[in-house]
Design a protein around this ligand. Structure first.
Ligand code: TPP
Length: 654
C-alpha cells in the first residue's frame, strides 16, 4: 500500500513521518502525471502545488479551517489528499470528478472556482462569517502570482488590510500565469526573487524560520522585536505591509519541512498575514518544467515525449481567427490586439510574433482590457479584444459604459462560445448572447465556419461601432478559404438549403456552430420524407426580419438552434419578433420551437457528448424536428430528460 493510499482524510497526513512527506509528494505527482497524460487536464500548476497542499492540509484542520484555492486548476493534489483518490481516474469525465473546485463535489472545496482572482474575496467573506457567528477557525486563501494580476485580488487585499481580521493569504509564486506573467506587480515579485535577498533568505531559511514569532511565547516582547527584524530583512514585502498585511517570505514552496514550520508559526499570529512561497510550475516533470505554458492545460499526451495523443487535422477556430486577424492587420495599421492573459488560448501569440508592437497582454484583467480598448478606439485605433466568452462576463459594465454608450469601434472576439467540454460550468460560454443582446449599438455575429469568421472580422473592421463575434472551441469545419475577407451585409442571414419555389415542412434557423449540424439533420430528414429548409442566421443582433418573412412564406413551422442558453438566447429574440408581428397581424401564421441549452448549468464532459445529450447534434435535431413536424411535440423548446449534470458530493471516510 502506497503512502497516498493511506490518506483517506487530511488528518491521516499526521500519521506520515515528516521525513517521508517528500516521498508522498512524489507519489502524488506520479498519480497526477498518469491521470492527466491519459485524460488530459491542468498539469503544470498542480505539479507545482503538491508540497503546498500537503503542508497546508497537515498544518490546518481542514475542512474546519477553511482553505480557499484560487482558480482551481492547481487543486489536484488537494483533491487527492481530501478523499478523492478513488474517483481521481474520472477527472473531467462525464459524471466524474470536476477538474476545478466544486462545493457540490466535496466539503473540502470550500468555495467553487474556475475563474481567477476570487480566493481572497471569498476567504474574507468567510472570515466575516466566522466573526458574525462567533466561531473560531483559520481561513487561508491560496492565490497564484498570475491571479494576482486580477483587479479583484487588490480590491480584496485593500479591504482585508482595513478590516484587520485574522486571515492568511498564501501567494504561490511560480512567475507564470498560463504564459509568462506580465505587469509591474509581476516585475515587483520578480525583483524580490532575483534580488540578493532571496538568495540570502534561501540559504538562511532555517534561521529565518526560527525568528517568526509565536503568539503566546513567554517573551512576547522579544518575539515582537524578532518579528521586526524579520520584517527588516524582508523589505521587498513592503507593498503588502503598506496594505496592512504582515508579509513573510519568500520561501521555497517545495521544502515541506520549511512550509510546515512557517504555517505552524503564522497560524498563531493575529491580523492579515501574507506568506509568499516560490514554486516551480510543472515541478518534477522535466518537460513541463522546461515548457510550463505548453503544459498548463493539455489534452491526453505521451508521457515520454509530451506529444499529444490525438492530433486534429482540421484547423481550429482559434487558429483561423489568428490567421485572419493577421491578414487584416497587415493592411490596416490601426488594428491592435488585446488578450487578458491568454495569448496561446486565443491564438494571439501568432499575432504577437508578427506584430509585437501592436499586441497587448494585460494580465488577468478582462475589465481593464475592455476599457483600455475603448480608450484606444476613442483615439483612432481598431482594437480586437480576444477573450473567451466566459471570461468576458467580467467586463460587462465596461462593455456597456465604456464601449457601447460611446459607440466605440471595439471588436470583441469571443472564443470558446458554447459548450467547452471538460472544463465544465465555470468555462462554458453559454451566456454571451444574453449579456450582449440588450446593449444598444452593439452588433453580434456568429460564423458558421472559419471562412465566414474571416468575413465577419472584416465586417467588424468596416463598422464604426462595437461588434462581438462568437465562435466555438475546437476544430473548425475545414472549408476552403476565400482569398480576401469581405464585408457582409449587417443583419442579413442566408438560406442555405431548400428549393425556393416549393413549400417545406419546416425551416431550421441555425446560429453559428449549429449551422452544419442543421444541414446534416436536414439531409437525414429528407431521407425520412421531411423537407426542411435551412437558414444561417449569422447575426444574433440585429435579427434578420426579412429572412423570417422569407422562411414564413415557405413553411408554417420554424425551429431555431443555437449553442447558447435558451433564456436570453437567439431563439428567444426570434420568438419575440414573431409574437410582435403576430399581434400586429403582419406575419404568416407559423409556429416556432427552440433548441438550445436549458436553464441549468451544464457539467463537464466531452464536448460532443454534451452536445449529444442536449440534442445539439444532427441526430438530436432530426428527433426534435420530426416530432414537431408530426405534431407530437407540444413543448416550446427542447428539454432533455437527463439534466446533464454530475454534481454529487464525495463522502470522505470519517
Ligand atoms: C477571469 C479569468 N481569466 C482567465 C483565466 C484563464 N486562466 C486560468 S489559470 C490562468 C493563470 C493563472 O496563473 P496563476 O494564478 O499564477 O496560477 P499558476 O497556473 O501559475 O499556478 C489563467 C489566465 C481564468 N481562469 N479566469
Amino acid at each position: 500500500m502506497s503512502r497516498l493510499d493511506q490518506i483517506e482524510h487530511p488528518k491521516d497526513l499526521n500519521k506520515v513521518p515528516k521525513e517521508e512527506l517528500p516521498q508522498l509528494a512524489e507519489e502524488i505527482r506520479a498519480v497526477i502525471l498518469k491521470t492527466v497524460s491519459t485524460l488530459g487536464g491542468h498539469l503544470g500548476a498542480s505539479l507545482g502545488a503538491v508540497e503546498l497542499a500537503i503542508a497546508l492540509h497537515r498544518c490546518f484542520d481542514t475542512p474546519h479551517d477553511r482553505l480557499v484555492w484560487d482558480t482551481g486548476h492547481q487543486a489536484y493534489p488537494h483533491k487527492l489528499l481530501t478523499g478523492r483518490q478513488k474517483i481521481f481516474s474520472t477527472l473531467r469525465q462525464y459524471g466524474g470528478m470536476s477538474g476545478f473546485l466544486s462545493r457540490a463535489e466535496s466539503e473540502f472545496d470550500t468555495f467553487g472556482a474556475g475563474h481567477a482572482g476570487t480566493s481572497i474575496s471569498a476567504a474574507l467573506g468567510m472570515v466575516e462569517a466566522r466573526e458574525q457567528k462567533g466561531e473560531k477557525h483559520h481561513v487561508v486563501a491560496v492565490i497564484g502570482d498570475g491571479s494576482m494580476t486580477a483587479g479583484m485580488a487588490y480590491e480584496a487585499l485593500n479591504h482585508a488590510g482595513a478590516l484587520k481580521r485574522n486571515l492568511i493569504v498564501v501567494l504561490n509564486d511560480n512567475e507564470m500565469s498560463i504564459s509568462k506573467n506580465v505587469g509591474a506587480f509581476s516585475s515587483y515579485l520578480n525583483r524580490i526573487l532575483t534580488g540578493k535577498l532571496y538568495t540570502r533568505v534561501k540559504s538562511e531559511t532555517a534561521t529565518l524560520l526560527k525568528t517568526i514569532p509565536k503568539i503566546g511565547h513567554p517573551m512576547l516582547k522579544a518575539a515582537r522585536r524578532a518579528e521586526e527584524s524579520v520584517k527588516g530583512l524582508i523589505v521587498p514585502g513592503l507593498f503588502f505591509e503598506e496594505l496592512g498585511f504582515r508579509y513573510f517570505g519568500p520561501f521555497d514552496g517545495h521544502e515541506i519541512d520549511h512550509l510546515l514550520t512557517i504555517f505552524e508559526n503564522v497560524k498563531e499570529l493575529k491580523g492579515p498575514i501574507l506568506v509568499h512561497v516560490v514554486t516551480k510550475k510543472g515541478k518534477g516533470y522535466p518537460l513541463a518544467e522546461a515548457n510550463p505554458a505548453g503544459f498548463h492545460g493539455k489534452p491526453s499526451f505521451h508521457l515520454e515525449t509530451g506529444h499529444a495523443k490525438k492530433k486534429s487535422s482540421a484547423p481550429s477556430y482559434t487558429g483561423s481567427f489568428a490567421k485572419s486577424l493577421i491578414q487584416l492587420a497587415t493592411d490596416d495599421p490601426r488594428i491592435v490586439a488585446i488578450t487578458a492573459a491568454m495569448p496561446d488560448g486565443t491564438g494571439l501569440n501568432q499575432f504577437a510574433n508578427t506584430f509585437p508592437n501592436r499586441f497587448y497582454d494585460v494580465g488577468i484583467s478582462e475589465q481593464h482590457a475592455v476599457t483600455m480598448a475603448a480608450g484606444m478606439a476613442a483615439d483612432g485605433l481598431r482594437p480586437f479584444v480576444a477573450i473567451y466568452s466566459t471570461f468576458l462576463q467580467r467586463g460587462f459594465d465596461q462593455i456597456v459604459h465604456d464601449v457601447a454608450i460611446q459607440n466605440l469601434p471595439v471588436v470583441f472576439c469571443l472564443d470558446r462560445a458554447g459548450l467547452v467540454g471538460e472544463d465544465g460550468p465555470t468555462h462554458n460560454g453559454t451566456f454571451d448572447i444574453a449579456y450582449l443582446k440588450g446593449i444598444p449599438n452593439l452588433i453580434l455575429m456568429a460564423p458558421k465556419d472559419e471562412n465566414e469568421l474571416q468575413h465577419m472580422l472584416a465586417t467588424a473592421l468596416h463598422l464604426d461601432q462595437p461588434v462581438a463575434i462568437r465562435y466555438p472551441r475546437g476544430s473548425a469545419i475545414g472549408v476552403p478559404m476565400d482569398d480576401r475577407p469581405k464585408a457582409l451585409s449587417i443583419g442579413k442571414g442566408e438560406i442555405l438549403l431548400g428549393e425556393s419555389d416549393k413549400t417545406w415542412d419546416v425551416a431550421i434557423l441555425a446560429l453559428g456552430s449549429m449551422v452544419y449540424p442543421a444541414l446534416e439533420a436536414a439531409a437525414q430528414l429528407k431521407k425520412n420524407g421531411i423537407t426542411a429548409g435551412v437558414a444561417n442566421a449569422r447575426f444574433a443582433k440585429p435579427i434578420d426580419r426579412d429572412l423570417l418573412v422569407a422562411l414564413g412564406k415557405r413553411c408554417e413551422k420554424i425551429v431555431t438552434v443555437e449553442e447558447h442558453a435558451l433564456n436570453g438566447g437567439f431563439g428567444e429574440s426570434v420568438l419575440a419578433i414573431l409574437e410582435e408581428e403576430k399581434q400586429a397581424g403582419t406575419r404568416p401564421a407559423f409556429s416556432l420551437r427552440r433548441m438550445g441549452i436549458p436553464d441549468h448549468f451544464i457539467e463537464h464532459g466531452p464536448q460532443n457528448l454534451l452536445r449529444e445529450k442536449l440534442g445539439l447534434d444532427p441526430e438530436g435535431i432530426v428527433r426534435f424536428v420530426s416530432q414537431f413536424v408530426e405534431n407530437q411535440n407540444d413543448k416550446t423548446h427542447y428539454a432533455p430528460e437527463d439534466k446533464v449534470t454530475s454534481s454529487r458530493r464525495v463522502k470522505v471516510g470519517r
